[in-house]
Design a protein around this ligand. Structure first.
Ligand code: ADP
Length: 397
């Protein structure tokens, strides 16, 4: 089945067209600078990349340009737009309402809109993308919303509630929601499949370590805890996000640095994390280079990231009363052997033993724990777009 996957931001629209029977990407690209000027980059395997600089005043025009490119007689991959059987949309926030992906109808759009305050940067753009596709694709083409939060909705109240006055928690739906859910779901299922284990019988910790990093404790196929919170700022320190800090630091800085709520938001989301800490970069390749060259703050940033990762792995094993599988994924989790090794260092007491000969330099799906390790540690590359295409297909079939 041909499924188009759309990931809309406020001024961009990333897309991938899948043939789900093979998992092949037929075409992919990005419409950027929507509302500014417009740049469509379009790639198909075996053909030259194509760039179009026609104006893109809004998302509807951008989606129309993507669809036109897909049926273009020179670089297109479809003879008719009706070949697209459904569109899967990445949607950041489904609030507490959706624990699964859903076919979009008016109720779903209302909920995505209700969740604007919870995902102010993403949800409005996600809804715009859905409405643009509805208006440009043949009538009746199903649109599916795949929520970043959905997989985490199985968490128990003790894991998702914050100890704030209960009336405020209820009034604003303040709670831990968690993000990267599509990745945690895909990686935990794939880990079980890859290792020949029954997904519903084991305890898995998934470690999605990328620009944004999050962890999930998946107990017998259900997420029971995750490290991101009301927003994707919580958890371990990330590229530019501070992660968990003493909340009292917020009023302290506001008072002493004369900062507004917006200033604090920018500081904690864009100027902190390993970049703010090291003064070098948010990219772990740059940090590694700087650390090797003797930059102490880069070394500290790497050590903090590894230490915080290890503490979360340990705490999730405690939360689930054990762990059978630890799965590393995303840019850092898939590519950086020393982070995987250090995040598991000292966990031998709970049966975690990495085999350096299986871990060093490995970047693809593999077991990296020793044969006598009680806990199996693995690299499981994530593929959020394919996961969205597969979930979309399951729903519309
Ligand atoms: P996101 O999707 O959240 O933007 P990614 O999952 O692509 O992020 O991860 C980005 C991070 O992964 C980069 O900051 C970089 O540090 C790290 N990374 C990506 N590729 C490599 C690589 N080949 N070697 C080492 N680190 C890498």
């Amino acid at each position: 089945m041909k499924i188009l996957v759309i990931n809309c931001g406020s001024s961009s629209c990333k897309f991938q067209l899948f043939e789900t029977s093979t998992g092949d990407v037929l075409a992919k690209g990005n419409a950027e600078r929507i509302g500014i000027d417009g740049k469509l980059t379009y790639k198909t395997p075996g053909k030259e990349d194509f760039v179009c600089l026609d104006p893109m005043p809004d998302h509807k025009v951008a989606v129309k340009m993507i669809l036109d490119a897909l049926v273009d007689k020179d670089h297109g991959v479809l003879s008719d737009i009706g070949e697209i059987k459904a569109v899967g949309h990445r949607v950041l926030h489904g609030g507490k309402y959706y624990s699964k992906s859903v076919i979009v109808n008016d109720d779903v759009k209302r909920v995505i809109r209700e969740c604007f305050p919870l995902g102010p940067l993403h949800n409005p753009a996600n809804l715009t993308g859905i409405e643009a596709c509805e208006s440009v694709l043949p009538e009746g083409t199903p649109q599916v919303a795949v929520f970043d939060t959905a997989f985490h909705m199985t968490m128990p109240p003790k894991a998702y509630t914050y100890a704030l006055p209960y009336e405020l928690t209820e009034k604003y739906s303040i709670r831990r929601y968690g993000f990267h859910g599509t990745s945690h779901r895909y990686v935990s299922r794939r880990a079980a499949e890859f290792l020949g284990k029954d997904y519903n019988e084991i305890k898995i910790i998934t470690c999605h370590l990328g620009n944004g990093s999050s962890f999930a404790a998946v107990d017998h196929g259900k997420c029971v805890d995750t490290s991101m919170g009301l927003t994707p700022l919580a958890g371990i320190c990330m590229g530019t996000r501070c992660g968990d800090i003493d909340p009292a630091i917020v009023p302290f800085l506001m008072t002493n640095e004369n900062m507004s709520p917006d200033d604090i938001d920018v500081l904690m989301n864009k100027k902190s994390g390993v970049e703010g800490l090291s003064g070098v970069s948010s990219d772990f390749r740059d940090l590694e280079k700087a650390s090797r060259a003797g930059n102490e703050r880069a070394t500290l940033a790497l050590e903090m990231f590894e230490y915080q990762a290890r503490k979360i792995i340990g705490s999730y094993a405690a939360a689930m009363g054990g762990v059978d599988v630890i799965a590393f994924t995303a840019g850092i989790g898939e590519n950086t052997d020393y982070i995987r090794a250090h995040a598991c260092e000292g966990l031998e007491f709970m049966g975690v033993k990495i085999d350096p000969s299986k871990n060093d330099g490995v970047r693809s799906e593999a077991v990296i724990s020793a044969d006598d390790s009680k806990v199996t540690v693995a690299i499981i590359p994530t593929n959020e777009e394919l996961a969205i295409a597969q979930e979309t297909e399951e729903l519309v079939k």
